[in-house]
Write a protein that binds this ligand. Structure first.
Ligand code: KE4
Length: 430
């Protein structure tokens, strides 16, 4: 019997002091019809909950743990940094080394500013785009999520979509009006907005591979069209690679698809599990940031030595030869295995995968945009989630998220996962 009594007690206690018992809404697992398990430890591809249940983890803290939990090299780097102090509020050479590494991996990035979260990275990139162009409006895509800054909580994905609040209350209408929304994989919807708002659009921000409506790849040519439309209208192209950066390839979606944005947001993997994110891009843009230029952006703990040490250790592990071939091989083995199971049991199911991230949608249609993602059967996803959890596989508690494979997942873990999925999918049929 799958016992989560201690998690349920922890949930009841937390609910008395933390809204929804969680510090980020999507963790609440409300969309999949159960209370969340409280986790206590992780090692490699595994996590253990408060009741001692072990799970194969495909959430990986929503992407950062690409090298698995408590990797010895990462733990050693963080402990060594901590032994020299946790924060100085002054420049350190390690920050320069990390910034150099990010710039080297991303050919469109000349300068980098380190921040503490993907939200900060996207919010700051938008402010920089507005300051650099003197324009106020931005274009985002329905179902894409760029963190919870006011301007970006408009028809957003991830937890906002999961909980049915894609456009949050509390965001002033005056701001909402400056956020124009296009349809993902529909370049004509972007052209139409530029025609209607000619001269007032500072930037287009896009997840170059969407991960917050579930995984949805860019249609052939879509990113290239965004690049030419923004150039044509003297607007900026911002790639939000918080999820895809160092995840779909070492050089992110930019390298994978050969498109150079003007600005890029990073997060998750570059912090290796500690709070660290970044934004970067063309020198002429980035040097408009304070203290050099008029666009202000700041942070007490930005470039924190422990987070930088964690991120650097993670990136160094990812530079080992064959890493991405291994990650992609395991991810596609899962995707192909799941498709095969669905075919054998006649279950309408689609698997979208890109690099080391994938999503399962219970639908008979290809999932190529927000509309088709929303048409998938989220109730069946919830049943699948609950059954997989009981089978010892920890997935994202939402249809509108991605699952992540790490370098720590072994062939045995992949085989066990597929075996459990076969058992669960067969039961879904009954
Ligand atoms: P954070 O502020 O949560 O560090 O990053 C915001 C963000 C920005 N851009 C993209 C493409 C993102 O995926 C995210 C955050 N991703 C979600 C999961 N889809 C974080 C999980 C959560 O909200 O708890």
């Amino acid at each position: 019997m799958f016992d989560t009594a201690k998690s349920e007690q922890a949930f009841a206690r937390a609910s008395k002091v933390i809204p929804g018992a969680v510090n980020s809404p999507v963790r609440a697992a409300r969309a999949v019809g159960r209370t969340p398990v409280f986790l206590e430890s992780g090692s490699g591809p595994y996590v253990w909950d408060a009741d001692g249940n072990r799970y194969i983890d495909y959430v990986g803290s929503w992407g950062p743990l690409i090298c698995g939990h408590a990797h010895p090299a990462v733990v050693e780097a963080v402990c060594e940094a901590a032994s020299r102090g946790t924060s100085f509020g002054a420049p350190t050479e390690a920050e320069t080394v990390l910034a150099e590494e990010i710039a080297k991996a991303n050919r469109s990035v000349d300068r980098v500013r380190l921040v503490n979260s993907g939200t900060e990275a996207a919010m700051s990139a938008i402010r920089l785009a507005r300051g650099a162009t003197g324009r106020d409006s931005i274009i985002k895509f329905e179902g894409c999520y760029h963190g919870h800054a006011d301007s970006l909580l408009v028809k957003a994905g991830s937890g906002a979509l999961t909980l049915g609040v894609p456009s949050s209350s509390g965001v002033p209408q005056a701001l909402v009006e400056k956020t124009l929304v296009a349809d993902y994989n529909d370049a004509d919807s972007v052209r139409a907005l530029f025609e209607e708002h000619e001269g007032s659009i500072a930037a287009v921000i896009v997840e170059p591979v969407a991960g917050n409506m579930g995984v949805v790849a860019p249609a052939p040519g879509f990113l290239a069209e965004l690049r030419s439309i923004t150039r044509e209208h003297d607007s900026l192209l911002i790639f939000d690679e918080v999820m895809t950066g160092f995840r779909v390839a070492y050089g992110g979606a930019s390298a994978l698809y050969g498109i150079d944005p003007d600005l890029t947001c990073f997060g998750k993997v570059i912090g290796g599990g500690l709070p660290l994110a970044a934004f970067g891009g063309r020198a002429d843009l980035m040097e408009q940031l304070a203290p050099l230029g008029p666009v202000y952006q700041a942070g007490t703990l930005s470039g924190n030595p422990l987070a930088v040490a964690c991120g650097l250790a993670t990136l160094r592990l990812l530079q080992e030869p064959g890493t991405y071939e291994h990650l992609c091989a395991h991810t596609s083995a899962l995707a192909c295995g799941i498709r095969d199971i669905a075919d054998r049991f006649g279950v309408p199911l689609r698997v979208n995968c890109e690099g080391a991230m994938f999503s399962v949608f219970f639908t008979e249609h290809e999932v190529v945009d927000y509309r088709s993602a929303c048409a998938a059967d989220a109730d069946t996803y919830a049943r699948y989630y609950r059954a997989m959890l009981e089978a010892g596989v920890y997935l994202a508690p939402s249809q509108f998220e991605a699952a992540f494979v790490s370098t720590a997942h072994s062939e045995r873990d992949i085989a066990y996962t597929l075996e459990r999925i076969e058992h669960v999918v067969a039961a879904l049929q009954r």
